[in-house]
Write a protein that binds this ligand. Structure first.
Ligand code: PEP
Ligand code: MG
Length: 317
């Protein structure tokens, strides 16, 4: 089976009805680009940059060190796009395991973009490093956990400021597309505003499920209630995909759902054309894509969406 999948590496991911599907890799370190390329990824859809910052006893990588890391990933992908998500620490991803987060609800606390906006100088250090790395190949910036239009404006203002700082220093930087993660229900519900401000969107289903269902994604005691097929979750995912399609803007899914072969047909049926996942899942998902007829799946996906119990419809297509 594994050998059979390996042969799909150079096969374009196209459905039976000729829809081209973008299959991207999630990475945590620049060195992971090797496995992304080996799996035939068409780019990096999510570089979780926080892994560069973790386990360093609070000493942050400076602009130069970050620049080198992003540049390594960008050059390693040989002209394919690399989506660099700004630091997403907090909750299930503590900066330093020895420092226990003492806030009452870390998942609802100062994490991800909130953490970055609370320390704009640190945030701009990362932004400058990413902008500089974009000289070496196509780069997309991605911001985690945005929920409020005020946060969107602050974030974009910091990007402008980071560019101005590089201009003032006379340093070269490249063009970047700007994107937002949709991983808080509020963001999914106000997707129109997000589409107004951003070039593309990426749905983080791991957190979107957590926050929609009020189920801690890391708590074993409620793990059985963590349901990717909950109708509320599916509706939010479907609405974001549809809104992006109407505006001609790219929407991808970069949560675990994208790499789950049991979900591939449903996501295709809902109109998803870009999936980002662990490299090890890419060929198996590609196999599902090659067997799928996206047009036929669309009607079935609408039935799944309308069902009280979507799980019972999943084998019916
Ligand atoms: C997500 O929330 O789905 C996601 C991709 O981000 P992370 O798992 O890193 O929180
Ligand atoms: Mg997330």
């Amino acid at each position: 089976e594994r050998e059979r999948l390996t042969r799909l590496r150079h096969t374009p991911a196209v459905t039976l009805d000729a829809q081209a599907i973008e299959l991207l890799a999630n990475i945590e370190q620049p060195g992971d680009v090797a496995s992304a390329l080996r799996a035939g990824a068409e780019g990096v859809g999510l570089f979780r940059s926080e892994f560069l910052f973790m386990g360093r006893a609070g000493r942050m990588p400076d602009e130069e060190e970050q620049y080198q890391a992003y540049r390594e990933a960008v050059e390693g992908m040989q002209g394919l796009p690399v989506t660099i998500r700004t630091i997403d620490v907090g909750a299930d991803k503590p900066l330093d395991k020895s420092h226990k987060d003492s806030s009452l609800n870390p998942a609802l606390g100062l994490r991800a973009i909130r953490w970055s906006l609370a320390d704009p100088a640190m945030f701009r250090t990362q932004l400058r490093a990413v902008l500089r790395a974009a000289v070496h190949g196509p780069v997309k910036l991605l911001f985690p956990m945005l929920a409020h239009v005020g946060e969107i404006r602050q974030t974009l203002a910091q990007v402008d400021l980071a560019r101005a700082e590089l201009d003032a220093r006379g340093m070269a930087y490249g063009p970047v597309q700007l994107g937002a993660m949709i991983e808080v229900p509020a963001a999914a519900l106000m997707v129109q505003q997000f589409l107004h401000y951003f070039d593309y969107l990426s749905i983080g289903t791991n957190d979107l499920i957590q926050y929609t269902l009020a189920i801690d994604r890391a708590d074993e005691a409620v793990a059985d209630l963590y349901d990717p097929l909950h109708p509320a979750v599916l509706r939010l995912v479907a609405d974001v995909i549809a809104a992006g399609a109407r505006q001609g803007k790219s929407v991808s899914v970069c949560g675990e759902m994208a790499g789950d072969v049991g979900m591939t047909r449903l996501l295709l049926g809902l109109g998803l054309r870009s999936f980002s996942m662990q490299p090890a899942q890419i060929l198996a998902v590609k196999q599902e894509v090659l067997r799928a007829d996206a047009r036929k799946l669309a009607d079935w996906a609408q039935q799944v969406l309308a069902a009280d119990d979507p799980a019972s419809y999943m084998n019916a297509a």
